[in-house]
Design a protein around this ligand. Structure first.
Ligand code: F3S
Length: 398
């Protein structure tokens, strides 16, 4: 059943000022996407939650929308910098207040402050074929690929406009023809550890660009849930499509004929990819270790040891989906020495301790964003990162 609507059937003005502004933005986005139709969405997921991404102008924009804007479809939030009722020790009260104002504006609009980049884990996962307006790139790729839902990589304002109106431009990955794979790739590497699946995502993104791949996995182990998340996150971060298909693993793959394998990815390709993601030298001091990108389920266990003695102990941050509101407001984060949980937070978009210049992480996506902040990074397995949280040094062999 065709549920799309022509733009000509939309009202010229909305019921509130916020609704009118959202309608205007959606019409403009339709022009950019060269479509004259919109499609209703089952849910929206909004990014632009960290005050350090938004700045004062972004906060003012949100607070003005919140004066009379209310979302029309279930809407969740991407991670903020840190949960303001439980900030990390290097954050000032003033900074916590600014982050709290951002969350309050979204909540006033009816957005659920899940503060997770994996909304398919904190809320009911989208159904196959459902149209969405999601803004978090890793979640967009996961929803399109693993769940068979349909969403473009929305910007934060576009996703919020879709939430306020209930529809989004009918373009891009909402259309059948843009979901076809165009290149076949055989993977013989072991993808059993999430960080290796992340390296595959980076290799695919850098090598294929926006071409949608159809993968055949011939290695010893396929990814588990965290591995699919890591692959989804890295693929789009390193320039890839927001969609991939995998024979025997993703729901749309069987609908397409097999493609000849133009590329083969072995352990050697993944090792070369890892080498590109290591700026640190053996024995170099590591000041921050980060795991939990993309977020797992709320309450997931941290891989970092609690309060382990170390000659030079780095900060060890573990991000995960936020708990429900009542739990989140109880007090400080679970803290043991310099090992902290960041429920609902993301170090890529938050203030960090001033002394931090070097970071070890098990996330290929996080490495990209932390590098873009001028930090020197090293990517390694979760197990190796847990070891670095004790020794405070980049190891001689990874
Ligand atoms: Fe999530 Fe932040 Fe990583 S938003 S995907 S934890 S960079």
């Amino acid at each position: 059943m065709d549920r799309t609507l022509p733009l000509s059937e939309l009202p010229a003005t909305g019921e509130t000022l916020a609704h009118s502004r959202a309608l205007g933005l959606l019409v403009a986005l339709c022009r950019v996407a060269r479509t004259d139709r919109v499609v209703p969405v089952a849910s929206a997921h909004v990014s632009g939650v960290s005050y350090w991404n938004l700045g004062p102008a972004g906060l003012e924009y949100l607070e003005s929308l919140a004066s009379d804007g209310r979302v029309r479809v279930p809407t969740t939030l991407n991670p903020c910098a840190f949960w303001p009722a439980a900030p990390p020790p290097w954050v000032t009260d003033g900074q916590a207040l600014l982050q709290a104002r951002v969350l309050a504006a979204y909540e006033a609009m009816g957005v659920t402050p899940t503060c997770s980049c994996a909304p398919y884990l904190t809320d009911p996962a989208p159904l196959f074929g459902e149209h969405l307006a999601w803004a978090e790139s890793s979640a967009v790729t996961f929803a399109n690929s693993l769940l068979g839902a349909r969403t473009e990589r929305e910007g934060g304002p576009g996703a919020l406009a879709a939430a306020l109106c209930g529809f989004t431009p009918f373009a891009g990955l909402h259309l059948d023809e843009n979901r076809r794979p165009r290149v076949g790739v055989r993977v013989t590497a072991d993808l059993g550890e999430p960080w290796r699946a992340g390296l595959l995502g980076a290799w695919l993104g850098r090598t294929l660009g926006a071409t949608v791949p159809l993968l055949t996995l011939d290695g010893p182990r396929p990814p588990g849930r965290a591995g699919w998340q890591a692959l989804s996150a890295a693929l789009i971060t390193y320039g890839g499509a927001a969609l991939f298909h995998v024979h025997g693993h993703t729901p749309e793959a069987a609908a397409f004929p097999t493609l000849p394998h133009q590329f083969v990815v072995t352990e050697a390709e993944l090792d070369a990819e890892r080498a590109r993601l290591v700026d640190l030298t053996p024995g170099e001091a590591v000041q921050l270790v980060f795991s939990g990108c993309p977020h797992g389920v709320p309450g997931a266990p941290s891989p970092f040891p609690d309060g382990a003695p170390a000659p030079v102990r780095p900060w060890a941050l573990f991000a995960c989906g936020a708990r429900h509101r009542g739990e989140r407001t109880k007090g400080p984060p679970d803290t043991a020495g310099r090992s902290l949980r960041l429920p609902g937070g993301c170090p890529a978009v938050s203030p960090l301790p001033e002394e931090v210049r070097t970071v070890a992480t098990d996330s290929v996506k996080a490495a990209f964003y932390l590098r873009s902040r001028g930090l020197r990074v090293g990517v390694a397995s979760t197990e190796v990162c847990a070891g670095i949280a004790v020794t405070g040094r980049w190891p001689h062999a990874v």
